[in-house]
Design a protein around this ligand. Structure first.
Ligand code: AP5
Length: 216
């Protein structure tokens, strides 16, 4: 299965992709996680280059993202399939992805687009806490860690993402509406977009997504 996850900031893409990767046995490729890992890594040239874009909620330039995604999808573990979370985010990135997959003789199976009301997005982003070490995502109300402020998986101190401030969230939503919604239209026109209601329990959303995989 070669899947793209689309949807606004905080809609639950990462949460669902992490669960589906185990179910489908394909890697979860999150461009946001790749960029944040580079930013955290001291002395990383990629981290230095992308920090100001990510922290201000703006998109990293397409050519840089194209190189990064080509390198990732050419790795052996992605040949049998992948879940792409966070790419493509612009029409130019749609063409880049098509080019990379074309060179590999592959094509996308589905584009799953999660949709929730805006009030729920604000609630999800303001309560999100993330493990900076293993990347596990929590929520103060809907997925609280067993011990407050501590990652259940690796015991590290949880943090709030630097781009989860009110001002940066507003910018990310603006960028999504202006640059990423046209991506959904492009995949709708190709007949591979499935819109899925992302509201409700994580398990209920996951079951809607798996039914969506069989539907176009
Ligand atoms: P990225 O990390 O991709 O951010 P995003 O798209 O804004 O998405 P988020 O990670 O914020 O949210 P999510 O949908 O994964 O939600 P989550 O599962 O965490 O990108 C960050 C930045 O990197 C971009 O702004 C840009 O600068 C750069 N970038 C990345 N890709 C790029 C590209 N291709 N081109 C250029 N720049 C790029 O869930 C949110 C919260 O809700 C969590 O707390 C979770 O526990 C909770 N939750 C999840 N599901 C439920 C549920 N069903 N019920 C209740 N709570 C739930």
């Amino acid at each position: 299965m070669r899947i793209v996850f689309l949807g606004p900031p905080g809609v639950g893409k990462g949460t669902q992709a992490a669960q589906l990767q185990a179910l489908l046995g394909v890697p979860h490729v999150s461009t946001g996680n790749i960029l944040r890992a580079a930013i955290q890594q001291e002395g990383s040239p990629l981290g230095r280059e992308v920090r100001r874009f990510v922290e201000n909620g703006r998109l990293v330039p397409d050519d840089l993202m194209g190189d990064l995604i080509a390198e990732r999808l050419e790795r052996k573990d992605a040949t049998a399939g992948f879940i792409l979370d966070g790419f493509p985010r612009t029409l130019e990135q749609v063409s880049i992805l098509e080019g990379v997959l074309g060179r590999l003789g592959l094509a996308l199976d589905r584009v799953l687009m999660l949709v929730v009301p805006e009030t729920e997005i604000v609630r999800r982003l303001s309560g999100r806490r993330t493990c900076p070490k293993c990347g596990t995502v929590f929520h103060l109300e809907s997925r609280p860690p067993a011990a407050p402020g501590v990652c259940d998986e690796c015991g590290s101190a949880l943090v709030q993402r630097t781009d989860d401030t009110e001002q940066v969230i507003r910018e990310r939503m603006k960028v999504y509406a202006g640059q990423t919604l046209p991506v959904a239209d492009a995949y709708r026109a190709k007949g591979i977009l499935v819109e899925v209601d992302g509201f409700g329990e994580v398990e209920a959303v996951r079951s809607r997504l798996t039914s969506g995989l069989g539907r176009v």
